[in-house]
Design a protein around this ligand. Structure first.
Ligand code: GMT
Length: 388
């Protein structure tokens, strides 16, 4: 198949999924074109079938934690034109965007300017592209753009329900969960016991991650357990977090890893992933941690319960009851047998999100749409345009 994939260049989960999907589809023999504003933070896996297209931008040095939603209008126009040109030259059958802003707009523009049936447009909603549609202006925009989309997918049942309600969708998006490459994310022996347990947190440190809560929880856990804290990533709330940890006198117990591409190598050395997010449609980091044999302690919000098996691969706490999170952390970190069991199960459970299986689901979805379109006899002109 000839497939175009649109995504952000940031270090967010939607970009990681899009790049992995594009790379894997190319390695499976499809002709894939990846469209991003600049080269994505996560590198593509090399394949002759994968072409990366970027636009010439005035300011390319955006912080990788920033999800750039409002592109300068000239860049957006260049992006749309670039995609239209590739569709024309390469006869793309599928155009699949990851994350609604600005890509639902871009897809709608492509369909509006080209008319006709090709390429089939698939959109995957990932997280704040839906939650921000509580805002009436954003919601109206998104609802308008989604009229041009042939099929919507999203990453958890919970997020599908939220999207359906907020965006007044006539049918819930198809759920295709996020996935992981189990060869890249591997676990070390679960038997390893450290003199000091190690809590890890990975994020883009945006407000939705509720970073003040992270400092508070660590402070309270630290009063009972001599655990260290490893922080991976960076973002707008990092300075405030540093200040809070300093004020608690915990600065020397914290290791700041900054932004890392190979998080697996660090995750493998941890005992517990601590999350405090106000919302997660899925939580890629929870899945990455589990694949590295690290149990997850997270609030019961959004799609997290569909990723973390409570009591099996970690523990979930009510988002508004942080004291329960502290109790659970102390229990996990002071019971080596329990921790070892959770580590083993975490790795095994991550296997249910294996990349190979999920990429097939996307492949089947594309194939079904192509066949459906091919059967539509009333657009013969269009049918000649596409090579699959
Ligand atoms: O929506 C966002 O805040 C950014 C987005 C991203 O690009 O990383 O994150 C969302 O998509 C990820 C991949 O599907 C999910 O793992 C994250 O849970 C989700 N973030 C939120 O829902 C806050």
């Amino acid at each position: 198949m000839r497939i175009g994939i649109l995504c952000h260049a940031s270090m967010g989960g939607s970009s990681r999924i899009a790049v992995e999907l594009a790379s894997t589809l190319a390695l499976r023999g499809h002709e894939v074109h990846l469209f991003a504003r600049t080269a994505p933070f996560f590198p593509c896996r090399f394949s002759r079938n994968l072409t990366l297209h970027t636009v010439r931008v005035a300011n390319g040095d955006h912080h990788p934690a920033d999800l750039l939603l409002d592109w300068p209008s000239d860049e957006l126009e260049s992006y749309v034109k670039m995609i239209l040109k590739v569709i024309e030259e390469e006869a793309l059958a599928i155009l699949h965007f990851h994350y609604g802003f600005p890509f639902a707009f871009v897809a709608a523009e492509v369909r509006r300017r080209r008319g006709g049936a090709w390429p089939v447009i698939i959109g995957t909603l990932h997280g704040t592209d839906v939650t921000c549609c509580g805002d009436v202006v954003k919601r109206a925009q998104m609802m308008r753009w989604l009229n041009y989309v042939d099929e919507l997918t999203t990453v958890s049942r919970s997020h599908a329900q939220l999207a359906t309600e907020l965006l007044h969708l006539s049918a819930a998006p198809r759920v295709i969960p996020n996935f992981i490459d189990l060869t890249e994310f591997q676990a070390l022996s679960p038997e390893v016991q450290r003199s000091r347990p190690r809590i890890v947190h990975i994020s883009n440190f945006r407000p939705v991650k509720n970073v003040p809560r992270l400092a508070q929880l660590y402070h309270e856990i630290r009063e009972h357990v001599d655990a260290e804290l490893w922080l991976i990533g960076d973002g707008p709330e990092m300075a405030a977090l540093r200040a809070a940890l300093h004020a608690f006198g915990l600065e020397r117990d914290v290791t700041y890893w900054g932004i890392q591409r190979n998080v697996a190598a660090i995750l493998q050395q941890a005992d517990l992933l601590l999350l405090t997010s106000a919302y997660e449609s899925f939580s890629m980091v929870a899945l990455e941690a589990m694949a590295c044999g690290v149990p997850v302690l997270a609030p019961r919000v959004g799609g997290i319960p569909e990723v973390v098996a409570d009591g099996e691969t970690g523990s979930l706490y009510p988002a508004n009851e942080p004291s329960i999170a502290v109790e659970l952390a102390i229990r996990l970190l002071t019971d080596p047998q329990l921790l070892m069991q959770l580590k083993k199960k975490a790795r095994a459970h991550a296997g249910t999100f294996d990349k190979e299986k999920t990429v097939l689901e996307y492949e089947n979805l594309y194939q079904q749409w192509i066949e459906r379109r091919m059967q539509k006899a009333h657009e013969p002109g269009d049918l000649r345009e596409v090579r699959v």
